[in-house]
Design a protein around this ligand. Structure first.
Ligand code: DGY
Length: 328
């Protein structure tokens, strides 16, 4: 294993690099920029391991260029950037970093809920620009969060962590997922299982927590915006392609929705230009898991995933265990 080579596509917290260095030879992209496909192909040659990011598409061409590749460790919980079917067929294990970013991402969802509803970024700009002339009865009126209904689509780890925080705001939760929670969890979270249509009709805030798949691609489009409760606010920290961004812009322009808090975009890093000038929209640069503590845990987990697979040990975070039986 000491002779295994691992390519890391971007600089990650040092703790993860140090852990890997104890077990294999690492090569880190020295430039602080995303590599083009041809550069990924050049760098993957003679590597047994690859650590990559969700913004990098790892397709069959790249995997085939890495003829010695045994493991791809995604520095993320989502793995829609990787062709899992191709990896499995080629006997390459794919791993992710679940669990460690749950609470941090849920915190960011709440930052967005509060920022949009209480107009925080708009008010901050207003103040900095010298417009504050003293207390005014009609200045920067937002909407309450307390006692409202929060709709959660995708009640997995992050969805539940968001719901848990909502109990402190006396909110009711309406949620939709493939799997219904236990009665005890529903009671604890003040949550009611419902169809997406019902959730759209009654929720004051709608937060998306589904992975990106064929099923969830553009799950929220023009029809869904029309069915939302007037004044609803959309929060998306999952994947940009879960929302039809053009339909979102139209819904905001037509005031079908009152605002949006977005951490992810359909064509990242490109953002629909109309969103950039909307005051009722808070835009973040995909920072759901961006705290020192969490990114360090992700680095350690992503590194350990590589070590486990290359050592032939059990890896809890393997997405395609079938690949191990097809090993080259
Ligand atoms: C993930 O891990 O999938 C997140 O989007 C990273 O912040």
């Amino acid at each position: 294993m000491k002779h295994d080579n691992v390519f890391i596509t971007r600089l990650i917290p040092q703790e993860g690099l140090d852990l890997l260095k104890r077990h294999c030879t690492i090569k880190v992209n020295p430039e602080d920029r995303q590599l083009a496909k041809h550069e990924l192909i050049e760098n993957i040659v003679a590597q047994q391991g690859l650590m990559c990011l969700l913004s990098e598409t790892i397709d069959r061409d790249i995997m085939e260029a890495g003829s010695e590749l045994e493991v791809i460790s995604n520095y993320a919980v989502g793995y829609n950037n990787i062709d899992i079917a191709a990896a499995t067929e080629l006997g390459i294990a794919v791993c992710n970093t679940p669990g460690v970013l749950t609470e941090t991402t849920a915190d960011l969802v709440w930052a967005l809920i509060l920022s949009v509803s209480r107009r925080i970024t708009e008010a901050d700009n207003f103040t900095r620009q010298g417009h504050f002339r003293g207390w005014e009865p009609m200045l920067m009126l937002g909407c309450n969060v307390y006692d409202k209904i929060l709709g959660i689509i995708g009640m997995g780890r992050i969805g539940k962590a968001v719901a848990r925080r909502a109990t402190g705001f006396s909110m009711k939760i309406m949620y939709h997922d493939k799997i219904k929670l236990s009665d005890a969890d529903e009671t604890y979270l003040n949550a009611t299982y419902c169809s997406i249509d019902e959730l759209l009709r009654y929720s004051d805030f709608i937060s998306l927590h589904t992975p990106l798949s064929e099923e969830t691609h553009k799950l929220i489009g023009a029809g869904e915006f029309q069915r939302m409760k007037p004044g609803a606010i959309l929060i998306n920290t999952s994947r940009g392609q879960v929302v039809d961004e053009t339909a979102l812009v139209e819904a905001l322009e037509n005031k079908q929705v009152a605002g949006a808090g977005l951490d992810v975009y359909e064509e990242e890093p490109v953002i629909h230009s109309a969103l950039l000038s909307m005051k009722n929209v808070v835009l973040l640069p995909h920072i759901g898991s961006a705290t020192v503590e969490t990114r360090t845990k992700m680095a350690l987990m992503a590194a350990q995933n590589i070590i486990d697979i290359l050592q032939g040990s059990t890896c809890e975070n393997i997405i395609n265990p079938q690949a191990l039986t097809i090993r080259k």
